[in-house]
Write a protein that binds this ligand. Structure first.
Ligand code: GLU
Length: 446
């Protein structure tokens, strides 16, 4: 049996690291196992869902390299949900309820005062046809609840192991609101059955839902997927990320200059038994993925770790993988220049600054006390440069001036690059060339 998984975001906001981790784990699992990855747009909430967010989801997933094999929107499938609802009604498993929100609220308060759990009391199940008719005449629109069995639902969760949910401890879930709109619970099951989803991989905030949804699966079909509920993300302080999700949206991280594989490496490794390390492609990440490695403890998302992985990724990035992006940024110098600067960047955008430094005219930065030394260095530099030039040149300068260490090298670096830290100077010298180097050492623009 080939694996079929789905990622099911609601287009009511931009994707953030929390829901992208779910998408990624689905993607890694299906890539590792072979099978199909479906993108399901959960847009049954027609008021809050927007096309703009839907497009944003597709854009973010594509950018991250989490391509899907097929995709559909729930808003196109209301007929299927209506058919499933009718079937449940016929089976006596979907019943009309007439309580208003205020009445339900009051009921829960009374239960709490009496020390009882706030579970729906199923009063509407007892209504006679006349009473229902009376409510309808009053203009009350029924909402519809699924009748749970009251038994124990069990499954072997791929992350959490044996799970059991006592459905007698739950309220019968509302599947259809008074205005006829569907909550997420039923459409999700109908779609998982239709698409023959083999594994439902989602956050552990859905564990309780799974108890009710498994009963709905059983009522509607003999198809039941396996479940994997992954722990939620927390920040490095151990606190939930909910308040910071805006700044942790994929759009924002992209804007901040982070690379897709840095984000995917971090999200694919945190909360697993593997060390958090950079992987430069999805195949490797997928080949290393297994649910056995996913811990039940929350996964810590640390932005500093993300920044570090990002730098590591770039520091070793082969030229072929960035050639186009360098061209787009107008970075000159080709492969030699990339290899020279990549160890000195934390974000790709920094390449532009190095390119300007190396190829645009710039005046050398020279402290007054170093002016004489730099002028002498300019005179001493040969016009023909090769790989040994830097070594020979600086040895000569050391001998003739008595300068060594920082006082020898720093004035040269500052004059040539304008920065106290940066790439290896022997190679930088070759990139700059003799003419530019001499001009900058003389404090001129070169
Ligand atoms: N739209 C649901 C959510 O974002 C999907 C949950 C699921 O994967 O079943 O929470």
């Amino acid at each position: 049996m080939s694996v079929i998984v789905r990622f099911a975001p609601s287009p009511t906001g931009r994707l953030h690291v929390g829901n992208v981790r779910t998408a990624l784990l689905n993607h890694l699992f299906v890539r590792e196992q072979g099978g199909e990855f479906i993108l399901r747009i959960d847009d049954t909430d027609l008021e809050r869902s927007t096309e703009e967010y839907e497009n944003g989801i597709r854009e973010d997933l594509s950018w991250l390299g989490l391509e899907w094999d097929s995709s559909f929107s729930q808003s196109r499938k209301f007929d299927a949900y209506d058919a499933a609802a009718s079937k449940l009604r016929e089976m006596g498993l979907l019943y009309a309820c007439y309580e208003t929100a205020e009445e339900l609220d009051k009921q829960r308060k009374l239960q709490r005062v009496a020390g009882k759990p706030p579970i729906y009391n199923r009063a509407s199940l007892e209504l006679s046809d006349d009473q229902k008719e009376e409510y309808r005449r009053e203009g009350r629109l029924p909402h519809w609840r699924f009748k749970l069995s009251g038994g124990i639902v069990t499954w072997n969760d791929l992350v959490r192991g044996e799970q059991s949910i006592d459905t007698s401890s739950l309220s019968d879930p509302v599947l259809i609101r008074g205005d006829g709109s569907y909550l997420y619970t039923l459409p999700s099951v109908v779609d998982d059955i239709d698409a023959k989803i083999t594994h439902v991989i989602r956050g552990e905030d859905h564990v309780t839902n799974s108890g009710a949804q498994i009963e709905i699966f059983r009522a509607l079909s003999d198809h039941l997927p396996e479940f994997a509920h992954t722990p939620l993300l927390v920040g490095k302080d151990g606190k939930g990320l909910s308040k910071r999700l805006g700044s942790l949206s994929i759009a924002q991280l992209r804007e901040d200059g982070l690379e897709p594989m840095a984000i995917c490496s971090l999200l694919g490794k945190i909360g697993t038994s593997d060390p958090v390390e950079i992987r430069d492609n999805m195949q490797v990440l997928a080949s290393e993925f297994s649910f056995d490695k996913v811990s039940r403890a929350p996964a810590r998302f640390d932005e500093d770790e993300l920044a570090m992985l990002n730098a590591k990724l770039l520091n070793n990035m082969p030229y072929e993988r960035v050639k186009e992006r360098l061209d787009d940024l107008g970075v000159q110098g080709g492969e030699d220049f990339w290899k020279l600067i990549r160890a000195n960047i934390n974000k790709f955008g920094e390449t532009a600054g190095w390119s300007v430094m190396a190829f645009a005219p710039m005046a050398g930065q020279i402290e007054p006390e170093d002016a004489e030394f730099c002028a002498l260095a300019a005179d001493a530099l040969s016009d023909e440069l090769d790989a040994d030039s830097w070594g020979k040149w600086t040895s000569y300068l050391k001998e003739t001036t008595g300068r060594k260490g920082k006082s020898l090298f720093m004035p040269l670096r500052m004059a040539l690059t304008g920065r106290a830290r940066g790439p290896e100077m022997d190679k930088m010298l070759l990139i700059l060339g003799a003419e530019k180097t001499k001009a900058r050492l003389r404090g001129q623009t070169g």
